[in-house]
Design a protein around this ligand. Structure first.
Ligand code: OGA
Ligand code: MN
Length: 205
């Protein structure tokens, strides 16, 4: 078994209510480095406007989501990104063991929300592709305050839960059944969002 201290609670909360929060998922210096990489990526114009849907369904729709994204290339990982992928692999192993899942791969992207940007309520699994099982977002923002907005709002049983996008906070939830939205942010909001995937059970043409 992995020695990560969070595994038991993470597994239990995902199994019983479909979402969990991990504080200090990575050391602060790695989180700062990842934020710097996002800022450099924006400055170098490597980000592009995020869309909705996948494949032929894909479209950019600013009334639904207003962030810019940059996919991580695991083959070109910086030292900070290597630390991120190692922690993600540990988490994937824990979830496979603890929840009897068959997560076979993952993908992740930087996302930046400028002032005024938001993402309306949605679930992460696509209609035409059922590979996405578990969503995870790591926040990279130093000294985030509630009045800065930009909370992730999970629409879950018992009422909405707001997660502040503070540096080091990682939120993990089911991709198929947890509606969520990003509230309007008043300052630049940096994050790394990824998905654990299974082999598709559906035939997709
Ligand atoms: C997403 C998403 C949440 C967040 O990218 O699908 O819902 O808090 N992101 O950035
Ligand atoms: Mn989402």
């Amino acid at each position: 078994m992995s020695i990560v201290p969070w595994s038991d609670r993470t597994v239990l909360e995902l199994a019983t209510r479909g979402w969990t929060i991990l504080r200090d998922f990575l050391p602060p210096e790695i989180v700062s480095e990842l934020r710097e990489e996002a800022i450099r990526g924006i400055a170098d114009n490597h980000f592009h406007e995020a869309g909705i849907g996948r494949g032929s369904d894909h479209e950019v729709e600013n009334a639904i989501r207003g962030d810019k994204i940059l996919w991580l290339d695991p083959g070109e990982a910086t030292p900070a990104q290597q630390a991120y992928w190692r922690a993600i692999e540990d988490l994937q192993l824990d979830l496979n063991r603890g929840l009897f899942l068959s997560l076979v791969s993952c993908e992740a992207q930087f996302a930046v929300y400028g002032p005024g940007a938001f993402y309306k309520t949605h679930v992460d699994r696509f209609e035409a592709n059922d590979e996405r099982m578990i969503s995870f977002t790591l926040y990279l923002n130093d000294a985030w305050r509630p009045e800065d907005g930009g909370a992730l709002r999970l629409h879950v049983e018992g009422g909405p839960v707001d997660v502040l996008p503070a540096a080091g906070t990682m939120v993990v939830f089911r991709s198929d059944s947890v509606p969520h939205e990003v509230l309007v942010s008043t300052r630049e909001r940096y994050s790394l969002t990824g998905w654990f995937m299974r082999r598709s059970l559906r035939v997709v043409e």
